[in-house]
Design a protein around this ligand. Structure first.
Ligand code: FES
Length: 139
């Protein structure tokens, strides 16, 4: 692996809370790595595991992050609980596809938690730099 490797991370952020947290981090000039490519989702529960696996196996992403509202705060009642259940399925799929579990992360981030979003982005970028590129990217 060359020293110039930089991971690409797709972050599905729910519209009401997590997307706003990324936005508030930017507005407050809190730096986070440009490795994070944000896709706005209506709710974390609407991010199907196929989206995650497609991103990871299509050769585009080295990691996928889903961010949603804290449990109890979902604007679609319990969408984030659906996301939590799906995260378990995603864990199994990662194993099936020979991918490390660190390539996927599910986090709860409210609109006022810009610093938390930035910290998660930093941590995940660091972890993926250490892991190296996804095997699906090498071809
Ligand atoms: Fe944020 Fe459902 S609207 S997790």
């Amino acid at each position: 692996m060359g020293n110039d490797y930089e991971p690409t991370i797709i972050a599905f952020c729910c519209n009401r809370c997590s997307y706003a947290s990324a936005d508030s981090a930017g507005t407050a000039r809190i730096q986070y790595p440009s490795n994070i490519h944000i896709i706005r989702a209506m709710c974390s529960g609407m991010v199907h595991p196929n989206f995650v696996m497609d991103a990871l196996t299509s050769g585009y992403a080295d990691g996928v992050l889903i961010c949603g509202c804290h449990i109890g705060d979902c604007h679609y009642q319990d969408g984030n609980k659906t996301a939590e259940n799906r995260a378990e399925a995603i864990g199994l799929l990662l194993e099936d596809f020979g991918l490390e579990e660190e390539r996927f992360r599910l986090e709860w981030v409210s609109a006022s938690e810009g610093p938390k979003f930035a910290k998660i982005a930093e941590e995940m970028t660091k972890t993926l730099r250490e892991l190296g590129p996804s095997p699906y990217r090498s071809g």
